[in-house]
Design a protein around this ligand. Structure first.
Ligand SMILES: [Zn+2]
Length: 242
């Protein structure tokens, strides 16, 4: 491992995860991993631009979450710090947990706003526990488990739904994340890896795939009629499962 103690951000506790790209002793330790993080910011701005703002505020939550993932990811890869890593992974857990909770609201329309908020906080706390385990696979396994919970919830609703929404949007979103995840592993295990390439890395491709995946994820959830605001108000759901 390269000693970054005397470099910018050297005073911060180092991150647990070290991907393929070798760090530089500069303000941006890993340029490819850092700059590709802005794909999430672009995805967030795209959602904001395309959203029907009169519908509900889910578009705003997706926008904020996508931008937040981009900024925390850039902070992590630029500084190689543990604090950046915790913020980055927590923000990814946050968006998946949000999708699970609004999915549950479609399955159980009587779920109160407070229960939704409680579940969101509970899921995020539980998933963040994986970050305290000193094992690079733990966070990745937790991320996969959360996606699986979301997929199972959606599949149960798909089977029951009288009016079938466009599930291809969800399939595309998860497909992109799964392919990107394979590349994530090839990169971190140094199977496909050139540490001195600071322009395009496997981890940068993972960022790009996930960013596009978030756009499809938003488009999937945007098909449904929700209450004007999540967590509060009654559900006005035309195509929920009853
Ligand atoms: Zn990353």
């Amino acid at each position: 491992m390269v000693d970054l103690t005397n470099c910018p951000w050297g005073g911060l506790e180092p991150a647990k995860l070290w991907f393929c790209e070798a760090p530089l002793c500069s303000i941006v330790h890993r340029p490819s991993e850092t700059y590709s993080s802005f794909a999430f910011v672009i995805a967030g701005l795209y959602i904001y631009r395309k959203a029907d703002k009169s519908k509900n505020i889910h578009y705003l939550i997706f926008t904020i979450m996508a931008i937040f993932i981009g900024l925390t990811s850039a902070a992590m890869h630029a500084t190689s710090s543990r604090i950046g890593e915790i913020m980055d992974v927590s923000s990814m857990f946050g968006i998946v947990n949000f999708c699970i909770v609004i999915g549950l609201k479609r399955k159980y329309p009587s779920l109160s706003g407070l229960s939704q908020l409680g579940l969101f906080i509970l899921f995020t706390i539980i998933s963040s526990i994986s970050l305290t385990i000193n094992n690079e696979a733990a966070g990745s396994a937790m991320f996969g488990s959360l996606i699986l919970i979301g997929v199972i919830t959606e599949y149960l609703m798909f089977k029951k739904a009288k009016v079938k929404p466009n599930y291809w949007l969800l399939v595309k979103s998860i497909g992109l994340v799964v392919i990107g995840w394979g590349i994530w592993w090839l990169d971190i295990l140094k199977i496909v890896c050139n540490p001195n390439n600071h322009i395009i890395t496997g981890h940068a491709i993972w960022h790009a795939f996930c960013a596009v995946g978030i756009v499809y994820l938003w488009r999937f959830f945007d098909q449904f009629e929700y209450a004007p605001s999540p967590f509060i108000g009654k559900l006005n759901c035309k195509n929920c499962v009853h």
